[in-house]
Design a protein around this ligand. Structure first.
Ligand SMILES: NC(=O)c1ccc[n+]([C@@H]2O[C@H](COP(=O)([O-])OP(=O)(O)OC[C@H]3O[C@@H](n4cnc5c(N)ncnc54)[C@H](OP(=O)(O)O)[C@@H]3O)[C@@H](O)[C@H]2O)c1
Length: 287
């Protein structure tokens, strides 16, 4: 299979490139300088040059809080960029796999949220990502929209690396305990995406590691697995002011994946252990 990646130097793009090339696929990974997804002419040119079987859009504005003050930039990349890619893919009948987020949901749910639940974003970032989904659905008949959650990969920035940095600096931490989600490691998401691409069924998919945890619970698990903790105090969201509202509960039920008979992604705890093991093996984590 020949794949074209946009946002190829981000957390997911880097992992997907490594996983897909290791699996024997031909992959062209582009970054913003090579292929700005908001530039229609450049996107059409790259697509024509590459003639891929599928384009995977890993490019996004991912700075959740900054989007509140910079809505136009977030929408330019997450919504307009999605339209540009979807339109170019539709013109050539290329499958577009478009990444989205649990932050399209409002956080009112109390049980895992499946693909058929209505979205209701509470932040500019979530709204811009939902707008991108709508663009891809409306413009590209051959599409797969994949929502994932609380993503972390090798280079970050992400929550796990931030916690490890705090641990290294011996800083005591206060972490919110009333936001619950599904941490997802790119190392498990990337192979699932390749599997998904090989299945001939368009539409919206949830793909996240199994299980659920609060940010506080996740922080404690990170410190326990890394071998020691500077202390993590649980606090409510009201004591951690941030520009963007986050959903209180955004655990994704990977229902479509399950109904198709696919194996669930591993539990987030196992994912965390594998991730830390990999960082250690790469010399990126002390013993
Ligand atoms: N991170 C999470 O916790 C999380 C959770 C759920 C869903 N997601 C979704 O998963 C996907 C991948 O996230 P990620 O964590 O891998 O993101 P990331 O590490 O922030 O990578 C995003 C990449 O997009 C690139 N980019 C930004 N604007 C671009 C443009 N106009 N043209 C081309 N490239 C552009 C960035 O390049 P520059 O470095 O040059 O800006 C960056 O390399 C995104 O759709 C995100 O919304 C992420």
């Amino acid at each position: 299979m020949k794949l074209l990646l946009t946002g190829g130097n981000g957390q997911l793009g880097t992992e997907l490139y490594a996983t897909a090339t290791a699996a024997g696929h031909e992959v062209r990974a582009t970054d913003r300088t090579d292929c700005d997804i908001t530039d229609p002419a450049r996107v059409r040119q790259v697509l024509a040059e590459t003639a891929p079987d599928a384009l995977v859009n890993c490019a996004a504005w991912t700075r959740v809080d900054a989007a509140e003050a910079d809505a136009d930039d977030a929408f330019r990349i997450n919504a307009l960029g999605a339209r540009v890619l979807a339109s170019a893919c539709a013109a050539r009948s290329v499958l577009i796999v478009h990444m989205s987020t649990d932050y399209v949901f409002g956080g009112d749910a109390a049980t895992p949220i499946d693909e058929w639940q209505p979205a209701h974003p509470r932040s500019v970032y979530g709204a811009s990502k939902l707008a991108g989904e709508v663009e891809v659905r409306n413009v590209a008949p051959r599409h797969k929209i994949v929502r994932t959650s609380w993503l972390y990969g090798r280079d970050g920035p992400n929550f796990v690396l931030a916690m490890l940095r705090a641990r290294h600096q011996g800083r005591a931490l206060r972490v919110v305990s009333d936001q619950v989600g599904g941490p997802t490691w790119t190392g498990h998401l990337a192979p699932a995406l390749l599997r998904l691409i090989s299945r001939d069924l368009p539409g919206t998919y949830h793909l996240s590691n199994s299980g659920a945890v609060s940010w506080h619970g996740f922080a404690e698990a990170i410190f326990a697995a890394a071998g020691g903790s500077p202390g993590v105090t649980a606090i409510p969201t009201s004591e951690y002011p941030a520009a963007a509202l986050r959903p209180a509960y955004s655990v994704l039920d990977n229902r479509v994946w399950r109904l198709l008979g696919e194996a669930p992604l591993p539990h987030w705890r196992d994912a965390l252990h594998e991730y830390l093991h990999r960082l250690r093996a790469q010399g990126m984590l002390g013993a």
